[in-house]
Design a protein around this ligand. Structure first.
Ligand SMILES: *[C@@H]1O[C@H](CO)[C@@H](O)[C@H](O)[C@H]1NC(C)=O
Length: 518
């Protein structure tokens, strides 16, 4: 049995080698200033380079060491006033303002990319040729223009899954009755009022896309790609493939068209590296387990209010567990002995350690995915963007508790930590979800590579594209057919009514005449 598996493995490896497209030239556009979005996609881009493709990446986090086949085009100007923007979203916005915010934010990033000198040189060079363009899809239609400019197929990558707009890129369907909008706090089970709310949010996003967002993008598209071979509307409906950082075991089951592929958690390395010695010693010396605490890369722990830091410290001091705390300052006055601080931790390697029992996190998408991957229950302290939604989902799924940073107290925080560590149901629940996630026929990163090369092998893989892409809104939803059927039925009913009234009228009047005669 063993050697059969062995032969299969060798043959499969051989197939992958044989199917390798000789060094395609790939342009990847991932210019967003959030570090986690780039952490997510880097292993995919580096693997493409390692497989012999020539990868050029427009991004905000250039490599420190050069990598073979991997060329950076840094666009560091996207960081200008990024902090202000992050702070400005803390203020309350209504849905329409929120849509406006995203339109403006991503437009400003796109323009910084397009105005970058090296990018302009790329666009205007006659030597630059690309076989494939890969782009992160978040309200940045104008950047899809690179695909038509280089006459290359277009692949989209979404860090959070699909939405109303991305569905349109490949003609996917997201039934509003059980697929909650990513802009809502709803889950897949919805009662009537929630379905109504979901319908309104999706409708509003649609309205915003077509009345505000796309018209603005169109003006810019025509300005920056004046010789465009196809219109923005055509380009955005001509994606060869969409890769989604999602999986039904991480969220909920739902339909996808064939060229929308789930590669959720593709960034997680499958072989944990050994931990640095001081961290390893600290973890191994813990008799009652270890808690790992990180608020992510956007929020600096030292910038938290002093009272909040004090609450964390006093709570941790009262615990029998040891705590690893990602804390950015050198010194933390009053730090108890059971707390280890560091500016940086190899997060996945720590979560992989069996002595680590709990993950206290801000609830960013990557962190929640890593928690599932390594089956560690979480306490979520959300701050902004999708963190509230991620934490709400985790709580609902039964492997997390949430903490509100504004009302946190030593007693409540400590009680939640004790509850999640002493009550087995949280750990058991996440172990179950983790097993379901790991049970996939092909690893997410391998799936991402496979389908990317599939698009190259089949020159854009047009045969995966659903015919709905060539229909308009009315046609796709059969509104024209329904309209005609209603019209025909109405005419039919009227004709029947007319006949009946004539015939009955005739019978009645002739009866009446008869009666009169008698
Ligand atoms: C859509 O993309 C495919 C694959 O890259 C390409 O062959 C085709 O010409 C494109 N269609 C339009 C209308 O641009």
């Amino acid at each position: 049995m063993e050697y059969v598996t062995f032969i299969f493995t060798v043959l499969f490896g051989l197939c992958l080698c044989l199917s390798n497209i000789e060094g395609a030239k790939i342009l990847a556009i991932f210019p967003f200033p959030g570090p986690s979005q780039y952490i997510l996609v880097q292993p995919y881009l580096k693997t493409l380079a390692a497989r012999g493709h020539n990868v050029t990446v427009i991004n905000a986090f250039p490599q420190k060491e050069p990598i073979q086949n991997f060329r950076d085009i840094p666009v560091l100007e996207v960081f200008e006033d990024y902090d202000n923007i992050v702070n400005s979203v803390q203020t309350e916005l209504n849905k329409w303002q929120e849509f406006n915010f995203y339109t403006e934010f991503f437009e400003s990033i796109s323009l910084r990319v397009l105005n970058n000198k090296a990018v302009q040189k790329l666009i205007n060079s006659d030597e630059e040729k690309f076989d494939l363009v890969i782009v992160e899809t978040v309200r940045t239609e104008i950047l899809y223009g690179f695909a038509q400019h280089f006459g290359a197929p277009l692949i989209g990558f979404s860090s959070f899954g699909t939405d109303v707009e991305m569905d349109e890129y490949v003609g996917n369907v997201s039934p509003i009755s059980y697929v909650p909008s990513t802009m809502s706090d709803l889950t897949t089970q919805m009662n009537f009022m929630q379905r109504l709310k979901n319908f309104l949010i999706v409708g509003l996003q649609y309205l915003h896309t077509y009345t505000v967002h796309l018209p603005r993008q169109k003006v810019l598209y025509n300005q920056y790609f004046p010789h465009a071979k196809v219109s923005l509307e055509t380009q955005r409906k001509n994606f060869s493939l969409m890769l989604l950082n999602q999986h039904f075991s991480l969220s909920f089951p739902r339909p996808y068209v064939p060229n929308m592929i789930q590669v959720g958690g593709l960034h997680i390395s499958h072989k944990p590296s050994p931990l640095p010695i001081d961290i390893a010693d600290f973890i191994n010396g813990a008799e009652n387990g270890v808690i790992y605490f990180s608020m992510g890369s956007n929020i600096k722990s030292e910038k938290l209010p002093k009272e909040t830091i004090d609450i964390f410290l006093k709570t941790f001091a009262s615990l029998p567990q040891r705590v690893l705390w990602k804390f950015e300052a050198e010194k933390l006055p009053g730090k108890p002995d059971n707390v280890f601080i560091s500016k940086w931790f190899p997060q996945p390697d720590i979560l992989a350690h069996p002595k680590v029992k709990l993950f206290i996190t801000h609830g960013g998408l990557l962190s929640t995915m890593e928690a599932i991957y390594y089956a560690k229950p979480i306490i979520g302290i959300p701050n902004f963007f999708d963190q509230f939604l991620n934490v709400a989902n985790a709580v609902k799924s039964g492997y997390a508790l949430d903490v509100d940073i504004n009302t946190i107290s030593i007693a409540s925080f400590g009680a939640k930590i004790k509850k999640i560590l002493s009550n087995k149901i949280y750990t058991e629940k996440i172990k179950k979800i983790s097993r379901q996630y790991h049970d996939q026929p092909i690893k997410p990163i391998d799936a991402a590579i496979y389908w990317t090369e599939y698009v190259l092998r089949h020159e854009g893989a047009n045969h995966m594209r659903v015919a709905g892409q060539d229909l308009n809104f009315m046609e796709v939803h059969s509104l024209d057919v329904i309209g005609v059927l209603i019209f025909v039925s109405a005419v039919g009913l009227w004709v029947i009514y007319w006949f009946m009234s004539k015939i009955l009228g005739f019978i009645f009047t002739s009866n009446a005449i008869k009666h009169k005669k008698e």
